[in-house]
Write a protein that binds this ligand. Sequence first.
Ligand code: ASP
Length: 306
Amino acid sequence: MAKIALAIHGGAGTILKSQMTTALEAEYRSGLDTALRIGWQILERGGSSLDAVEATVCSLEDFPLFNAGRGSVFTHEGKQEMDACIMDGHNLKAGAVAFVKNIKNPVSLARLVMQRTEHVLLAGEGANQFAEQIGVHTEPDEYFFTEHRWLQLQEAMAEGRVQLDHAVAKPIGTVGAVACDINGHLAAATSTGGMTNKKFGRIGDTPLVGLGNYADDTCAVSCTGHGEYFMLGVTAYDVAARMKYKGLSLEDAARETIAHLTKINGEGGLIAVDTAGNITLPFNSDGMYRGYVTVIGQINVEIYGS
Ligand code: ASP
């Protein structure tokens, strides 16, 4: 029987204690705590890592402070276009969606792409058509509208920049989960609204297998940060490759991967788990919303860097 393990993130970036209010911090902590409890319950009852990461990420998508599902950031055109990916490490199967609209839980749609189509990634209108065909839960635009995201877009547009959703003391964060179940099977899931003021149908690293999300029989990895650099660094798969080809431990492999990301000017972090239930959560940014459950079922939630 393997050691079950679960880790999550809610985004990495410029997160400074000096600029956080007590009330906002408490809200973030409760969002992370709730998600961890949901996933852990599934694993504890002998459920699969795939079910655990999906349910955990759904909970984070429903929580309006994180940049995924309900709290997704706005594109240049004032729309919310979401990306998500889920991967089953045991079967080496994955499903993903990119720039989908009005889908309540993009991670669940990604899982349906994996289970009900012969494809891995569906994008845009086609992905929404697929969702309609199979009767996936959608919500009107108002459900996804949050005042703070709208203000973020106005600021980003005024300053003419595409903004990683990691501005100080503002709600932030792509979300992700990685898990090892009782059978030692691994899974990873990641979901995001992408970057504020993104243009031209931009897709980030999140829905791309091996870049922002990856799982095999070595490790499961979910990334967060400036997506373009995670694409260039093939970041999620890089952790697995270092373990496989260099024989590194999960922790050393993830540390080297983040060192490489730093070298190519990328900012962000990742969470990863291996088949022995080891967990690592490295990042090179000021902070990363993150959490994990210890072997004895104790929940740990952290936000800032050291
Ligand atoms: N990686 C995501 C993207 O570039 C953003 C994030 O992690 O906050 O779309």
